[in-house]
Design a protein around this ligand. Structure first.
Ligand code: ADP
Ligand code: MG
Ligand code: MG
Ligand code: MG
Ligand code: MG
Ligand code: MG
Length: 665
């Protein structure tokens, strides 16, 4: 997301009459892009990561650490007065959903393998954000942390607002999150309100609570209120015994992740890369698990994903095939216009979800692998396969026709009429609010084959949980980079196709507590098999098996091809004169040791820490004091401070020693 265009976002009830207008013109914009960019070839392997941070304020006087909703001005400064400095350092800061959030990327993408340079760039981003935020430090430390989830978000005193409940929160109407946690830019509160209005109810997220001996049966933070009818009546019906109940977009979009975007040489390779990465997504969600606590309660799951799925689920009860919570206020069609009732369909997934369809377009693909039921927009499909600009094949058309079953969520008054030859906002309006585990990024109309300055066909890998340290984030980024280069290099050999329904099951499994240690995932038995045959394997086996493991099949071959090893990535350690390669060894070692269970995930590490905290009372609740200690611990780990042996406990002695002795900047 770039800096946000200004304008007047319309409320759902005002904007819905333009929904079809946005879709129709969005599809023309897409066709114009295809017409321009379809025959691009030989594009460089540019790529880049996105890291998200939470700005935390350390309130030592009150022994509390909170999300800061008062320092978002830093983002404006980073894009104005500090812009030149940021460009010089090749770092760039972006807005995110939370007013307490920052996102940062390299200003210019990386090209090909860059190894430790990625970590250097990440450290630079963190250093810049820390330094600029320090200027706000009055008494308290204000600092960015790349935490996947803020433990006590939604409980008492979780922000630095004095009196969050002395006024109403009309955008989200949440029982737990004040509207001040939402980015100030009008797009975000409007997005929040429009999702709720379209759905006809607040969003509803129930995460299984970690059952301890004194855990109450129902979520004790739910309380009565009479500000909003019907929203304040919903929790009694929406919450479930044994679950942590959340009711607002911020619980999901307020989580942080690590995303990576890669440019493929041409559209066919982009499709192949996309398809190949689909089953890596659930595996890497599980492998990066970092979310053990939601709304101040230990959860019986380790990752953020389904929380975001629920947090932006704009489907009406009818579309979800369920009864409305309060039939008196919602007839099942939510905020859908009466004249559109007849054309609404059942939709089995949220617009934030695991990917739905393979794109195909290569010899390994067989349409039988798309074995799940996926609704499409028939009108869009027909236009895409039959038009005067560029005819998409059926598999590609189906992908976009599926994205276009959704309504636009925010339309700007000033942006209704667009030039479909040069603008892409209508297309992007739908595309960028289909938040899937992998995204197929389309070039703009200016991306003609000879205009290499405009980005080409890109694939974004989106499932991973952000890690606390830049070392870990660089490790996962480099690993995925190597996977991508391997996939693109050995594209005549690597056939990762399996049935989509198994990928969906893997995504469910990835949520389970300690899935890396305890669960099994569907995984291709043999990467040369054409039939999509799979077996159930542990994460350890998926990474380490000799005949079908990630290291053996994808990582070792590409490292050997680069001349960095003969047989195994572990040889990288022997490059005593080459610090960059030794660092790469440590990246891969981290991932290998996590996959085998030798090292804990952050989720496991923090859950264990909380369960052993002297103030923990076996009710699953994470008190303000425990949250404070978790945040201090997180701060120390972020800065490779091993004074309390926590870094050693978390990353193991060998890595902790390596990190404390080998700083990257
Ligand atoms: P979004 O939020 O839409 O995913 P961002 O701009 O936040 O997009 O992040 C996109 C990432 O893609 C950044 O890391 C950026 O460096 C990288 N990138 C930029 N140009 C290219 C390109 N041509 N090919 C691949 N990656 C690119
Ligand atoms: Mg971004
Ligand atoms: Mg951008
Ligand atoms: Mg982001
Ligand atoms: Mg986000
Ligand atoms: Mg992104």
């Amino acid at each position: 997301m770039g800096l946000l265009s200004s304008g007047t976002p319309m409320s759902w009830l005002d904007s819905r009459k333009y929904n079809e207008h946005v879709r129709v013109n969005g599809i023309e914009q897409l066709l114009n892009s295809f017409e321009s960019a379809e025959s691009r070839d030989g594009d460089e392997l540019y790529w880049g990561d996105e890291v998200e941070y939470m700005i935390c304020e350390f309130d030592e006087a009150n022994e509390n650490v909170v999300l800061s909703v008062k320092h978002d001005e830093v983002l404006v400064q980073l894009n104005t007065e500090y812009q030149a400095e940021c460009d010089e350092l090749n770092v760039h800061f972006h807005p995110e959903y939370g007013r307490f959030m920052l996102e940062a990327t390299p200003a210019k993408p990386y090209k090909d393998f860059e190894g430790a340079e990625v970590e250097r760039n990440m450290q630079m981003r963190r250093a810049v954000a820390e330094q600029k935020l320090k200027k706000f430090n009055d008494v308290n430390l204000v600092t960015p942390l790349s935490l996947a989830v803020f433990p006590r978000m939604g409980r008492d005193n979780f922000t630095n607002l004095k009196n969050p409940w002395d006024h109403k929160n009309s955008a989200s109407r949440s029982l737990f999150l004040p509207d001040e946690i939402i980015n100030r830019h009008a797009r975000f509160p409007t997005l929040t309100a429009n999702i709720r209005t379209r759905r006809g109810e607040k969003v509803c997220i129930n995460v299984p609570v970690y059952k301890d001996v004194r855990t109450p049966e129902t979520d004790p933070s739910i309380h009565e209120r009479d500000w909003f009818v019907p929203e304040d009546l919903e929790s009694a019906k929406a919450s479930k015994p044994g679950y942590i109940y959340m009711d607002s977009m911020g619980f999901g979009m307020g989580c942080s992740c690590l995303q990576l975007t890669f440019q493929a040489p041409n559209i066919n390779k982009a499709r192949y890369l996309y398809d190949t990465l689909l089953n890596f997504a659930p595996i890497f969600l599980a492998a990066t698990a970092a979310s053990p606590v939601f709304k101040g309660f230990l959860a019986d799951q380790d990752v953020r994903w389904n929380v975001i799925v629920g947090a932006v689920d704009d489907r009406t009860p009818y579309e979800r095939s369920v009864e409305p919570l309060l039939p008196k206020y919602n007839n099942g069609y939510g905020g859908i216009a009466t004249e559109d009732y007849a054309s609404t369909a059942r939709i089995n997934k949220s617009r934030y979800s695991v990917v739905d369809l393979y794109l195909g377009g290569n010899e390994f693909y067989d349409s039988k692998f798309n074995d799940t039921e996926v609704p499409i927009n028939e009108k869009v499909f027909k236009r895409l396969v039959d038009n005067e600009k560029f005819k998409l094949d059926k598999d590609l058309a189906r992908h976009f026709a599926h994205l276009f079953i959704r309504d636009p969520l925010v339309i700007f008054e000033e942006r209704i009429d667009q030039d479909n030859e040069t603008e892409t906002d209508h297309f992007e309006n739908i595309q960028s609010t289909n938040w899937q585990s992998v995204r197929f990024k389309v070039p703009s109309q200016s991306a003609t084959p000879d205009n290499k300055g405009a980005p080409g066909w890109r694939v974004e890998f989106r499932p991973m949980e952000v890690q606390l340290t830049d070392f870990e984030n660089a490790a996962y980024s480099n690993l995925i980079y190597l996977l991508v280069e391997s996939i693109l290099t050995f594209d005549d050999k690597i056939n990762a196709y399996m049935y989509m329904s198994e990928i969906w099951k893997n995504m469910e499994t990835a949520h389970h507590r300690d899935a890396t240690l305890k669960e099994k995932f569907y995984w291709k038995s043999d990467f040369s098999d054409l039939q999509g045959k799979t077996e159930l394997l542990s994460i350890d086996e998926i990474f380490h098996n000799h005949h079908n493991g990630i290291f053996a099949i994808l990582i070792n071959p590409i490292l050997a091809r680069k001349g960095l090893i003969v047989k195994s990535w572990t040889e990288l350690k022997d490059n005593t004169g080459n610090a960059e390669l030794v660092r790469l060894y440590h990246y891969l070692k981290l991932i290998s040791d996590r996959a085998s269970g030798k090292l804990p995930s952050f989720a496991n590490f923090i859950r264990t820490y909380i369960l052993n905290h002297p103030e923990y009372d076996q009710t699953s609740s994470v008190s303000q004091r425990i949250n404070y200690d978790v945040l201090h611990l997180s701060y120390r780990i972020t800065h490779y401070d091993d004074s309390k042996n926590e870094l050693s406990a978390f990353l193991g002695e060998e890595l902790a020693m390596y990190l404390t002795q080998n700083s990257i900047l």
